[in-house]
Design a protein around this ligand. Structure first.
Ligand code: NAD
Ligand code: GLY
Length: 366
């Protein structure tokens, strides 16, 4: 008989009084109630915020598990997709929370991908000036990135993540079994953020990523490794004030502009970031020391997951630049742009000018 599969160790996010664990493994939804109860024993009423794809698949298990430990969950479902990450959907979720009688002693469970994590976390951060929330990420992208670190928020029509708060979750439960229902396109988009982590922090992860692409890798190990990278960066710079956390924005300046310009939901977040990663890697060959060989390696890895690396012709440079200028990474007309010296070694540069971004967009069209 093969030995029993050992559960992956949880990742501890050490943020003093805001510390929490990220559970990562399989078959975790059934015991979610017990986990949550250990963390929030005195809180009973809760909102389970989910979307129209994830709710029908997993909400019943989550609700049952919460009820089994005496919690009183209320399900709130928003339409699937990036358009729900908006002020108007926040208002609707908050209104439901009032109607369900949630108070300051209540809590929220965000069950879904990054959209639900960001929207649910944002609602938890402002409801009655803040209630605790638990992240239950169900996409590769949300497990390796958005569920950890406490960035919550919503989009404005023209600019991503423009309204939001830092509000750390009290617990994260990343159940890899939920990924079994993830469509291929959504599975692939998560690898944009994994490739980003490898680019900025861990060149040796390229091989592990390639193995997973070829169907022979250890996905639990890879996801845990990425959560640990994210946790370490957040621990070093929780509020993005000293530059370490800003490294996570590699590929995101143009990526966010492309995502917003396409119209939310047209390109998945990870797809837009894939284009942003190629642009940032190319700029790294022009302004920093990244070699052409390493640049080609990054592009090849993105292609391995069918991620887009060529900007469609209907994206107009001026529109993209207008949107990019509204990004939080533009300060007093200057851009804080993340470049690579080599794979695994990133830094925040002030040498990138608008002209460089336009050149990178031209390059992306090739
Ligand atoms: P998403 O939440 O929209 O999920 C993608 C799609 O997959 C949706 O249609 C969803 O309904 C569906 N889905 C989710 N889980 C599923 C499952 N298990 N089975 C079947 N279908 C499932 O998007 P995402 O890619 O997870 O996250 C993208 C969002 O995350 C963006 O808004 C981005 O800005 C945000 N983000 C936030 C941070 C952060 O630090 N807060 C970091 C990275 C990205
Ligand atoms: N996804 C960027 C960050 O968490 O800082």
């Amino acid at each position: 008989m093969p030995p029993p599969v050992q559960p992956a160790l949880p990742v501890f996010v050490n943020l003093g009084p805001r510390s929490y664990l990220v559970q990562v493994g399989r078959d975790l939804l059934k015991t979610l109630g017990e986990e949550v109860n250990q963390k929030l024993p005195d809180r009973v009423k809760c909102a389970v915020v989910t979307d129209s794809n994830v709710g029908p698949l997993y909400a019943e298990t989550v609700i049952k598990s919460l009820r089994a430990v005496g919690k009183e969950p209320h399900l709130i479902t928003v339409p699937a997709g990036e358009s729900s990450k908006s002020l108007s959907w926040s208002e609707s979720v908050l209104g439901e929370m009032v109607r369900f009688g949630l108070d300051r002693k209540s809590f929220l469970v965000a069950l879904g991908g990054g959209v639900i994590g960001d929207l649910g976390g944002f609602c938890a951060s402002i409801y009655q000036r803040g209630i605790p929330y638990v992240q239950v990420p169900t996409t590769v992208l949300s497990q390796v990135d958005s569920s950890v670190g406490g960035k919550t928020g919503v989009n404005l029509p023209d600019a991503k993540n423009m309204v939001g708060c830092f509000h750390q979750p009290v617990h994260v439960i990343a159940d890899l079994d939920t990924l079994n229902s993830l469509p291929k396109r959504e599975w692939n988009e998560g690898f944009a953020e994994i490739i980003k982590h490898a680019c900025i922090r861990d060149a040796s992860m390229f091989t592990a990523i390639q193995d997973v692409a070829e169907g022979k890798g250890d996905i639990v190990g890879l996801i845990r490794r990425n959560i640990a990278i994210k946790a370490a960066i957040v621990e070093a710079d929780e509020y993005e004030t000293i530059g370490t956390r800003a490294l996570l924005n590699f590929g995101h300046t143009l990526g966010h502009a492309i995502e917003a310009a396409a119209g939310y939901g047209k390109l998945l977040h990870g797809e837009a970031i894939s284009l942003g990663l190629r642009a940032a890697a190319w700029l790294s060959t022009q302004i920093a020391e990244l070699t052409a060989e390493d640049y080609e390696h990054i592009v090849a890895l993105l292609k391995l997951f069918d991620l887009p690396v060529r900007l469609p012709d209907d994206f107009d440079t001026e529109t993209l630049m207008r949107i990019a200028r509204m990004d939080k990474k533009f300060e007093n007309g200057k851009i804080r742009f993340v470049l690579l010296r080599k794979i695994g070694d990133a830094y925040v540069s002030k040498d990138v000018l608008e002209g460089h971004l336009k050149q990178a967009l031209d390059e992306l069209r090739k």
